[in-house]
Design a protein around this ligand. Structure first.
Ligand code: PEP
Ligand code: MG
Length: 326
């Protein structure tokens, strides 16, 4: 198998009928970087910047942040990298963060963009480090756990202020800055067109989105087999997002665990996703599926079954049957 995957690295990332799908990898630490070449990823679709904070015993200094971001971009050698601003809080606690509070529902609590907008010094330092590290290159930045569009506007103000500050001091700025939002909170599903217009790209965080759509704690093993990520309602949600991206000419990608399992990656591609990001070990198996996938047939399958699954069968069973038949 490993040999097969290695061979596949040289092959174009296209379906059997020639449609390109970018397979990117998730990363978060410098040790992940060699995987970029080893796995044959098209880039880093999700760089979890909070990992540097989680392995440290105090807040990483601005210089250390900048160095990591620069190393990541250097290792990517021009392949796209999407940095996510720190996603701490919830289950990702920093023992040295004195401002942390006890919460009854941490997943619904003071975390991610909510926390960093309330502690803008953290965000400003990180954004400045990113802007400096990306001098002369493109900066792709995304915000975790966005709930309201106002949060994007607030973050944009902070970014703009840092850009003005650095340009006043004649710093080498990024050639372009693309700002994206992670779609993880269902409130955004009811304002998809406005969301798509407010950002340069959207990245679906399917781990959190599934948790919040189904009201199921993502870490609770008692519940982990109860609800299916390939159930019709969740797939319809994912399709609405992909359609809104096409309608608004806003690139949409997905970077949760769903992207890394061949059967679910197949479903995502059938629903319209043309860029997905996963753990590096999944790239080989997903690419093996991709190159064998007759996409037109899968699109026809979804047109027939997504709103009315054949024989009332679970979508997973139908998708499995589709895959087995081919
Ligand atoms: C997600 O929620 O799907 C995601 C990619 O972010 P994380 O797993 O880091 O919460
Ligand atoms: Mg998430």
């Amino acid at each position: 198998r490993q040999e097969v995957y290695r061979e596949l690295r040289k092959k174009p990332s296209v379906t059997k009928d020639g449609v390109q799908v970018d397979l990117l990898m998730n990363a978060g630490l410098a040790v992940d970087l060699p995987q970029l070449a080893e796995a044959g990823a098209a880039g880093i679709g999700l760089f979890r910047t909070e990992l540097q904070f989680m392995v440290a015993s105090t807040f990483p200094r601005a210089e250390a942040q900048e160095k990591l971001y620069r190393d990541v971009l250097d290792a990517a050698r021009g392949k796209p990298v999407t940095f996510r601003t720190i996603d701490i809080g919830g289950d990702k606690v920093l023992p040295y963060f004195k401002g942390a509070i006890q919460e009854e529902n941490p997943a619904l609590g003071w975390r991610a963009i909510r926390l960093t907008l309330d502690r803008p010094g953290l965000l400003r330092t990180q954004i400045r480090a990113l802007l400096k590290a990306c001098g002369g290159r493109e900066l792709k930045l995304m915000l975790p756990m966005v709930t309201e569009l106002g949060e994007i506007a607030q973050a944009r103000e902070i970014i703009d202020r840092e850009v003005r500050h650095l340009s006043r001091f004649a710093h080498h700025l990024p050639t372009s800055l693309k700002l994206g939002a992670m779609l993880e909170v269902p409130s955004l599903l009811f304002q998809l067109d406005d969301l798509m217009k407010a950002v340069d790209f959207v990245s679906v965080g399917s781990n959190d989105l599934f948790q919040f759509v189904m009201a199921v704690d993502r870490g609770n093993t008692q519940l982990s087999n109860r609800f299916d990520t390939l159930s019709a309602p969740f797939l319809r949600v994912l399709k609405q997002i992909a359609d809104a991206g096409v309608r608004n000419h806003t690139p949409v990608t997905l970077c949760g665990e769903l992207a890394g399992k061949p059967i679910s990656a197949m479903a995502l591609i059938g629903l319209g996703y043309r860029s997905i990001s996963m753990s590096p070990a999944s790239i080989g198996p997903v690419k093996a599926m991709l190159t064998e996938l007759p996409l037109e047939e899968l699109e026809a399958f979804f047109a027939d079954n997504l709103m009315a699954p054949a024989h009332g069968l679970p979508m997973r069973a139908l998708l499995q049957a589709f895959a087995d038949d081919r």
